[in-house]
Write a protein of this length. Structure first.
Length: 271
């Protein structure tokens, strides 16, 4: 398929300069399961890979394909599993639109605080940060849904490659300066198609105007953390705008067609 071909092209370009050193800052859960297959291919191409993850996580385990370095966090595994189950069950419940948005808003606030706390543990681990600084990595590979990897990339002054399915509130499109017209790109949770009635268009425009407020609140802990570490005032859009390549696990076979920027590569075949 086209998606694996794009991935091979990307890997081949990395190989032109010989095996590189890659720092991986993953997101846990199903996001990691997709990323792991890419790490296997990168290691087979001769790259050195160091993955950093909290010592309490759901899926990230040591492997022959990469070195795993963990850092301590205050959360227990039981607490993490309980919060993950609660968040997942709410996402799949069929509720009226406003109830879904309200439930998601509350859960995102909880999950955001959880991941921001974990990120702070990483960025304030002096021994680990000194090791990462001295290792002279060529790039950071990360899932920007949790922008901890991007904060680290900017702190270490190295380029970042994003590996994602998409971001809430179309933050990926905004950060990549990609057009996102509400006239035919439906908002998440509306269940609209790309052919909308007038009422659906109004709903789409109204929700687009609310998205920035919801996501600004959700990502505020990361903005405060980044402003402290870098140190300069930044927004999550500022953080993500520095992404060099966006490997997006989607394709227009199942998605509504929309504009895309040259550094955005569709790799839906490995989602």
């Amino acid at each position: 398929t086209l998606a694996p071909a794009w991935v091979l092209v990307f890997l081949s370009l990395l190989c032109l300069a010989g095996g590189g050193k890659l720092l991986v800052v993953p997101m846990d859960g199903s996001h990691w399961l997709s990323l792991r297959s890419l790490l296997v291919a990168l290691r087979q191409k001769g790259h050195q890979i160091l993955t950093v993850a909290p010592e309490v996580n759901l899926n990230v385990e040591a492997s022959e394909y990469f070195v795993l370095r963990t850092y301590p966090v205050s959360l227990t595994r039981e607490e993490l599993r309980a919060r993950g189950r609660s968040f997942g069950s709410d996402l799949f419940e069929r509720k009226p639109f406003l109830q879904r948005i309200t439930a998601l808003y509350e859960k995102v606030q909880l999950i955001s605080s959880l991941y921001a706390s974990s990120c702070g543990s990483l960025l304030h681990d002096k021994d680990l940060m000194q090791h990462l600084q001295s290792s002279k990595f060529d790039a950071v590979l990360t899932d920007p849904v949790v922008p901890c990897g991007q904060i680290l990339a900017l702190h270490l002054s190295i380029p970042s490659v994003f590996f994602l399915r998409g971001l809430p509130c179309s933050l990926d499109l905004q950060a990549a300066q990609c057009p996102d017209p509400p006239s035919y790109v439906p908002r998440t949770f509306t269940d609209n198609s790309d052919h909308m009635t007038f009422i659906q268009l109004v709903e789409n425009v109204v929700l687009k105007s609310l998205e920035s407020f919801l996501c600004n609140f959700a990502y505020l802990p990361f903005e405060l953390l980044a402003s402290d570490v870098l140190p300069r005032p930044v927004t999550v859009k500022d953080l993500l705008s520095h992404g060099s390549i966006w490997l997006t696990r989607m394709g227009f076979v199942f998605e509504y067609p929309m504009p895309e920027m040259p550094n955005l590569v569709l790799i839906g075949g490995i989602n």
